[in-house]
Design a protein around this ligand. Structure first.
Ligand code: ZN
Ligand code: ZN
Length: 93
């Protein structure tokens, strides 16, 4: 079992009944999905990307970029979006 980064494996409970989140006792299928669940729901991310248009926050730039494409480009906010979803418009208005 490989644990990447500084994630604490003690946050995941494994017993005869399965794998559980130590925060909310939710049952999870695999160790990996438990790790992802805990990182997303219960841990404060080290780096956060924030959308300047709607203030949503994302841990991963890829997710943020997807958000920009799916939400803002479709709504016609494309002029607010520069390369790779970096928002520049707020700096000038
Ligand atoms: Zn949980
Ligand atoms: Zn947004």
């Amino acid at each position: 079992m490989i644990v990447t980064g500084d994630f604490d494996p003690n946050l995941i409970i494994t017993n005869a009944d399965g794998i559980f989140c130590s925060f909310c006792q939710q049952k999870l299928k695999t160790f990996h999905s438990a790790k992802v669940h805990i990182e997303r729901k219960h841990l404060i991310p080290r780096t956060v990307v924030q959308c300047k248009i709607c203030s949503k926050t994302y841990i991963h730039k890829a997710n943020f970029r997807q958000h920009v494409v799916n939400v803002h480009e479709k709504r016609g906010d494309r002029n607010l979006v520069e390369n790779y979803g970096i928002i520049v418009a707020n700096e000038t208005c």
